[in-house]
Design a protein around this ligand. Structure first.
Ligand code: SF4
Ligand code: SF4
Length: 378
């Protein structure tokens, strides 16, 4: 069997599910509730839903989505500032990733600003923004950098390249975030009882397994997982096994991609161009040392410094509980607007916009599942 086939093999999946159900039933008895596992990655959220694991394991484990989608965790205030960049009009071009364009801010979105005449472009990489700036010297190109440790190195590289080329019509608004500090906030929340983390694959490829060893201090078993169904099932099995044995290690279950120290070249790119700073997350508020700022050597490429859009007080749409979903306190089905006045065609919040958003994943794959009790909050 080829390597990848084994991660999709239904026979292996069946055996894993059987084992998981036996171990999870034991944990339910011990805890007096189902064990709560959080997937801290938007792609895992989608993979779990697509493989039907919420339905298959729902009676045994409470699988919660966390702050794993970089678009979803972008704070309202930052979305509003992005809209302000688009409103500069004139010779300003704003470029960012596809999902970000549709995220509603307080009173507009980049998509709406584009419909009203702003030059907003969907780009596949920060390097595309540099190329566009080179090809269009008469335009001011503002790249909106969104994402976790996965995409931040590419933004750092683009900033370096722009600097090396003395590109004066290029700047970046940085909204990149670091995953581990948000996990620490979740762990210190007394309302939320998380028994194990399914750790992100791509983020871990950059930061490495060691970046999570702080979790062991919280007594929390965690497994870095790949994105195939059997990767995720095996991660769940390993967490349950550790729970049963009273262990709380951080296990790398994605050794075909993730190393102990991550990707040193990518990490160095970030360290060269960014400094760690406090950042605001949707639903969480300000989290110390969870964001990145452009370091002083590259300050002239910081769009905030160049255009200085004033801070704004965001307005949050009534009824949208994206913030609580991102903290794992609610599931999309708990939102009164879910699949009623909010769906992927008319999204009210980012969790329904983003392809990695929990609401979009539940809408596409899980919306007919029965509701689950909120054991985690009891
Ligand atoms: S960027 Fe990678 S790790 Fe982050 S949410 Fe997306 S798939 Fe998961
Ligand atoms: S269903 Fe829509 S309104 Fe409700 S939390 Fe999700 S995105 Fe927000």
């Amino acid at each position: 069997m080829k390597d990848l086939e084994k991660f999709r093999d239904p026979g292996i999946a069946k055996a894993l599910i059987k084992e998981i159900r036996i171990m999870a039933a034991r944990e339910t008895e011990r805890l007096g509730r189902r064990a709560v596992f959080m997937e801290v990655c938007g792609t895992h959220t989608v993979a779990v839903s697509r493989a039907g694991l919420r339905g298959i394991l729902g009676d045994y484990i409470d699988l919660r989505s966390g702050p794993g989608c970089p678009v979803c965790v972008t704070d309202y205030g930052d979305v509003d500032r992005m809209v302000r960049f688009a409103r500069l009009r004139g010779n300003v071009t704003v470029g960012t990733f596809g999902d970000m364009v549709r995220v509603p801010g307080s009173d507009s979105s980049l998509e709406r600003e584009r419909a009203m005449g702003a030059d907003v472009r969907i780009l596949y990489s920060p390097a595309d923004a540099v190329r566009y700036a080179l090809d269009n010297p008469q335009r001011e190109v503002v790249f909106l950098g969104v994402g976790f440790e996965t995409t931040a190195p590419a933004t750092a590289l683009a900033i370096k390249e722009a600097k090396a080329r003395n590109l004066e019509n290029f700047s970046v608004f940085l909204a990149h975030k670091l995953v581990p500090p948000a996990m620490e906030v979740l762990l210190s929340d007394p309302e939320l009882k998380i028994d194990g983390f399914i750790l992100p694959g791509h983020v871990s490829a950059i930061i490495g397994r060691k970046a999570y060893t702080f979790l062991e201090g919280y007594g929390l078993p965690s497994v870095i997982a790949g994105f195939e169904p059997n990767d995720i099932l095996d991660a769940i099995r390993l967490i349950l096994k550790m729970m049963g044995e009273g262990e709380s290690r951080v296990v790398n279950g994605y050794t075909r991609v993730v190393r102990e120290d991550g990707n040193m070249i990518a990490r160095r790119q970030m360290e060269d161009v960014f400094t760690v700073c406090d950042a605001s997350w949707r639903g969480f508020g300000a989290i110390p040392r969870s964001g990145m700022a452009i370091s002083s050597d590259y300050k002239d490429l910081d769009a905030s410094q160049r255009f200085l859009p004033a801070p704004v007080t965001p307005r949050i749409p009534t009824g949208c509980v994206c913030g609580e979903i991102l903290k794992g306190k609610l599931t999309p089905r708990d939102c009164r607007l879910f699949a009623k006045s909010c769906d992927p065609r008319r999204p009210v919040g980012p969790c329904m916009v983003s392809s990695e958003g929990a609401c979009a994943a539940y809408y596409q794959f899980d919306r007919h599942l029965k509701g689950v009790a909120d054991d985690a909050l009891q």
